[in-house]
Write a protein that binds this ligand. Structure first.
Ligand code: GDP
Ligand code: K
Ligand code: MG
Length: 300
């Protein structure tokens, strides 16, 4: 490693209620889609780590599942991941919706933050949805008393508005020190994990509300042929026979759509051709079964 006393580096976590745009923001900050996103809550289940590097130094982002009240063992696991992270990082980004109403979800997060000394930057996301920009001042005023914020930044993750300012403010709070990763590193996620997450994302986005929470994706096989083509066999695991039917769809149409969309994105991610085969399996109540949870990658 080259010596670089001038550079900064550190860890930043994104927290906030489901669907406020944490994964979208992280993807835009690093300039590449690594974390999956959807309009469904609890899209993110594991901690996803990504790396941003420029002349100023290196920011390591941790996209966590949201902090919420757990309903099953999978939920408990997700909440643990999120709460644990708060104490390990250099900066916390707390994302909220552009609103003056501060709900129970936000109060719960504010309670958690009372016990940590880490600087908190409040990010008021989705300002592209605010018609009258003067309103943003009222949102800032409403949040000022909730917590002792280091900074407050209104922005749009989706439209990439004001995100450069956020990066600058993050660097302000990072310590000087050596880089943790080489400059080409974008994530610590193995390709297998990214592939299974991309399949899960397509299923989340294409399926109706009730099913997505009960699905997991496992990669059974991932192998490169001579010439570069990659064969992937994966299973979508669901909790009921009736769900299996919906995931497969009429004459296999839904599974085919999920497969096509996932394949395209995995191909662009891996920069090579992919042959993707998808199966659907039923595992009743896997979300409350430690063994299944472990098997599907939800353990640390
Ligand atoms: P997470 O659950 O906090 O990780 O949220 P996601 O990143 O999965 O985003 C949830 C939904 O909000 C998705 O449909 C995103 O496209 C949408 N979203 C995220 N950021 C913005 C934004 O700045 N503006 C708008 N209009 N939508 C956004
Ligand atoms: K989401
Ligand atoms: Mg997310």
């Amino acid at each position: 490693m080259e010596e670089n006393i001038q550079k900064k580096s550190g860890f930043v976590t994104l927290i906030g209620r489901p669907n406020v745009g944490k994964s979208t923001l992280m993807n835009h900050l690093i300039g590449q889609k690594i974390a999956i996103t959807s309009d469904k809550p609890q899209t993110t289940r594991n901690r996803v780590q990504t790396v941003y590097t420029d002349d100023r130094g290196q920011i390591i982002f941790l996209d966590t599942p949201g902090i919420h009240k757990a309903k099953n063992k999978l939920g408990e696991y997700m909440v643990n991941v999120a709460e644990h992270t708060l104490k390990e990082v250099d900066v916390i980004l707390w994302l909220v919706e552009p609103a003056t109403f501060i709900g129970a979800g936000e109060r719960h997060i504010a309670e958690q933050l009372k016990n940590v000394k880490t600087p908190v930057i409040l990010v008021i996301n989705k300002i592209d949805t605010v018609k009258n920009q003067d309103e943003i001042l009222t949102f800032i005023a409403a949040y000022k008393d909730v917590c002792d914020f280091a900074e407050i930044v209104p922005l749009s993750a989706l439209k990439d508005k004001n995100t450069d300012l956020l990066t600058e403010l993050i660097f302000k709070y990072l310590p000087y020190g050596p880089q943790f990763y080489d400059e080409d590193t974008v994530t610590d996620q193995p390709m297998r994990q990214i592939a299974s997450e991309l399949i899960r994302e397509k299923a989340l986005r294409l399926l109706d509300d009730e099913i997505p929470h009960g699905i997991a994706v496992t990669i059974e096989k991932m192998k490169e042929r001579r010439g570069g083509l990659i064969d992937i066999e994966a299973s979508i695991v669901c909790e009921r026979e009736s769900h299996k039917g919906i995931i497969i769809g009429k004459g296999g149409s839904m599974l085919k759509r999920i497969g096509i969309e996932a394949r395209k994105e995995i191909e662009s991610m891996m920069d090579t051709q992919v042959n993707l085969q998808l199966w659907v399996k039923v595992r009743k109540e896997w979300r409350d079964n430690e063994l299944y949870l472990k098997n599907y990658g939800y353990n640390q």
